[in-house]
Design a protein around this ligand. Structure first.
Ligand SMILES: [Zn+2]
Length: 504
């Protein structure tokens, strides 16, 4: 393998631009003419569909049903929860007119001013809460477990494909419960669903934990998150689950008749993941030759590239390939048919192969006359950074294919886990902490230590001071043993060891 890479710049040269180039070369998405909005291309969208299908099954397994609510939220709903409106006010797109008319020059202008403006949903707690207040009457209606797959608009000033765009796709779960304990249990259950999905399907190790007060969802009592480490050692908040207490129940008047015959406010939760997960996959696994996709969410798990000189060879090669492809279809990967594609486009072999490498397809099979003669196949594993071509007897390959995909899935997780581990440090001295987060090289501000596990006093003021370093508390990991010591910054007594990191 030559030192020339398919993606330029490389990760170590310019990580943010490497990210953009991987997305472009992998044919995932592109910027649109509409400010801050992206166009998700078929390869990227199929990844989203795969994520969506798997998660949808998990939501249904845990008793949730899908429903759909309006894109527009009347302004008065937004006003009902004070913290909530404050949190989202700065990034709301608002519809104020309902038609267009032509002025004297023939130019279109908005007309028909709405009496009450409509907010395009930045999240749906308020409108769903309003609906739930009508659906929920008695304890018999509870728990109410609803999920919505939808698009969301948040008017972001600085946007980045998949990570932060003004419009994005997501799911939002919204549930209502009769007790606090049940709502809290739901919040943690869904966090766990996200954690195992990220790890088992996206091969992306995450730390599940609780957000500090300042980082929680506007209007929530508690917010929990899963945080993943990207290859520039920054954290990506990859999913959140909120225990909303009775805040939204009170704002939207969600009350029920309890077993004792009294009316009381319900307890609610909400939780979501978005197309941001795709950005997470790119930055967790991508290398200097492009995307590397975990087999469990790859649109194509194995691509077969026929190699031939003339029509006579072409026929022989295709006969051989079709037999192999048929046999592959008889084996399963995680109980599903293996997704293959025979790429017969009329493109030069080398160029074709590199397109698939950049798209991150887990296995590439090249088959030509030599392979037919040897009754073998030539195989490239995308997770092998050297992209070595290995010749394997045909039958051995067929018996091993599902194991190969499993091995790729597992190795990708292990590699990412090792990376996170290698770049996470317990730090108890402020000067060491500062040094850890200082860029290694002045011209590459993104390269720094990674995750610091440090003690924190729990005070907002102290957290704010640490933010000066551009470092935030990502979360307070679940299940951490209580410790006693002193706060990394202020030296006051501290019991919480939290994850500090720079974040997306
Ligand atoms: Zn402190």
């Amino acid at each position: 393998m030559s030192s020339k890479t398919a993606i330029s710049p490389r990760r170590d040269q310019d990580y943010p631009n490497w990210y953009q180039e991987v997305i472009k070369n992998g044919d995932l998405a592109e910027n649109s003419e509409v400010r801050g909005c992206m166009i998700i291309k078929p390869w990227g969208y199929t990844i989203w569909e795969n994520i969506k299908n798997e998660l949808d099954c998990k939501f249904k397994e845990t008793g949730h049903q899908n429903a759909y609510f309006p894109l527009f939220i009347p302004l008065k709903y937004m006003q009902k929860e004070a913290e909530h409106v404050q949190g989202f006010a700065k990034e709301c797109a608002v519809v104020t007119h309902h038609r267009l008319v032509q002025d004297e020059q023939g130019k279109l202008i908005p007309d028909g001013k709405l009496e009450e403006p409509l907010v395009i949903r930045p999240t749906s707690e308020t409108i769903i809460g309003e609906t739930f207040s009508k659906w929920v009457k008695s304890y018999r209606d509870l728990p109410l477990l609803i999920n919505q797959w939808a698009n969301i608009v948040r008017w972001e000033m600085r946007t980045r494909l998949f990570l932060r765009t003004s419009e994005f796709l997501w799911q939002e779960g919204h549930t209502v419960h009769s007790t606090q304990a049940e709502a809290q249990q739901e919040t943690l259950q869904m966090l766990q669903v996200y954690k195992s999905f990220a790890e088992d399907y996206l091969a992306m190790p995450v730390i599940a934990g609780k957000k500090s007060e300042s980082e929680k969802f506007p209007g929530a009592v508690d917010t929990y998150s899963i945080e993943a480490m990207m290859q520039d050692r920054k954290a990506l908040q990859s999913g959140t689950s909120h225990f909303l207490g009775q805040n939204f129940a009170k704002a939207s008047n969600i009350k029920f008749l309890n077993r004792e015959g009294a009316h009381q406010y319900a307890w609610t939760t909400s939780w979501g993941v978005s197309t941001r997960l795709i950005g997470g996959v790119v930055m967790t696994h991508g290398d200097d030759n492009g995307l590397v996709l975990p087999p469990r969410i790859a649109p194509v798990q194995l691509v077969i590239l026929p190699i031939f000189k003339d029509s006579e060879e072409r026929k022989k090669v295709f006969d051989y390939i079709e037999k192999i492809n048929h046999e592959i279809k008889n084996t399963k990967f995680f109980n599903q048919e293996i997704l293959t594609e025979i790429d017969d486009r009329e493109i030069r072999g080398g160029e074709k192969k590199w397109q698939w490498i950049k798209k991150g397809v887990p296995l590439i099979l090249e088959i030509g006359m030599k392979d037919i003669a040897n009754n073998s196949v030539a195989l490239i594993r995308r997770d092998d950074q050297d992209l070595k071509r290995v010749f394997i007897p045909r039958d051995k390959f067929l018996s091993e294919i599902s194991g190969l995909l499993e091995d790729i899935q597992n190795k990708m997780y292990k590699r990412a886990f090792q990376y996170q581990k290698n770049n996470t440090r317990i730090i108890d001295q402020w000067n060491e902490f500062e040094k850890f987060f200082t860029p290694v090289q002045a011209d590459k501000p993104e390269i720094h230590g990674g995750f610091a596990r440090s003690l924190w006093c729990g005070e907002l003021q102290c957290e704010e001071e640490i933010k000066q370093l551009n470092v935030t508390i990502r979360n307070i990991p679940l299940g951490a043993k209580p410790e006693s010591g002193v706060c990394i910054k202020c030296g006051k007594p501290a019991k919480l060891r939290v994850i500090f990191a720079k974040a997306y």
